[in-house]
Design a protein around this ligand. Structure first.
Ligand SMILES: NC(=O)c1ccc[n+]([C@@H]2O[C@H](COP(=O)([O-])OP(=O)(O)OC[C@H]3O[C@@H](n4cnc5c(N)ncnc54)[C@H](OP(=O)(O)O)[C@@H]3O)[C@@H](O)[C@H]2O)c1
Length: 218
């Protein structure tokens, strides 16, 4: 049953037709082409905040800003980082005009954070931030919509918390294959197909060589 959180949550991923977001070695740039990437920036512009897991920051070092959109507004950037592992030199910290929120767990080691006006550190009341708790904190900050940009473990946690409204999948006509390459969504403990997450497809559009699939969670 969908949890009412007051925040519209959209999961976004760029995937191959076999649902992979990275190769076995963690390489993920670039799965989709320019048109899909522009649409992804449009989605960022339309949301109040973007959220990623710490592994995505450690692997991809993303800036998580809006680029290429006329009068594009960059949303608040959020990282779930239980153990406060995010490197001080991350690109996220190099643009102080866009707020960054790092959400740690209550067992994170103390550390020196970059001295930035727009950096906020929030400590969760548990070792690993609980997704519904995170959403309640974001609501307190006045945020109303959240684009979750992965990776695999973060997407799975959001789906398991039953708080997802929409899926925005960019699908490239490529196959990565392999057991070690990550799928866009981690383990959901689904043993029987009848227990799989059910979607209502809203639209499928072509973006250059790729497809954009917009779907609602039933
Ligand atoms: N193609 C795409 O669209 C795309 C997008 C994003 C990422 N990627 C790829 O995905 C890979 C990273 O994905 P990943 O699944 O390994 O990691 P991830 O989802 O980016 O990060 C997971 C980590 O976040 C932390 N975390 C904190 N609270 C959490 C919670 N409630 N639930 C889950 N995790 C929580 C945990 O680390 P701590 O315990 O240390 O906090 C966890 O190990 C990279 O290879 C990246 O390139 C691809």
């Amino acid at each position: 049953m969908k949890q009412s959180t007051g925040i519209k949550v959209t999961l976004k991923a760029a995937v191959t037709v076999d649902g992979k977001i990275a190769t076995g070695s963690g390489h993920s740039k670039w799965i989709t082409g320019d048109a899909a990437r522009l649409k992804a920036h449009q989605l960022r512009h339309e949301n109040d905040a973007i959220l990623v897991g710490i592994n995505t920051v450690l692997t991809d070092d993303p800036e998580l800003t809006v680029r290429g959109i006329e009068e594009g507004r960059s949303p608040v950037r959020i990282v779930l980082d239980s153990k406060a592992r995010i490197p001080g030199q991350s690109r996220l910290f190099q643009n102080d005009s866009v707020p960054v929120i790092i959400i740690t767990g209550n067992q994170a080691p103390s550390r020196i954070w970059p001295d930035l006006a727009e950096l906020k550190i929030i400590e969760a009341p548990e070792e690993t931030p609980d997704i519904l708790w995170v959403l309640s904190e974001l609501k307190k900050l006045g945020l109303k919509s959240l684009l979750v940009e992965g990776g695999s473990l973060i997407h799975a946690s959001f789906l398991k918390s039953n708080c997802v409204d929409q899926l925005a999948l960019f699908m490239a006509p490529k196959i990565i294959g392999g057991q070690d390459s990550l799928s866009w969504c981690g383990d959901l403990n689904v043993e029987n197909v009848k227990d799989a997450c059910q979607l209502d497809i809203s639209s499928i559009t072509t973006l250059g060589e790729d497809w954009f699939i917009s779907a609602k969670l039933k």
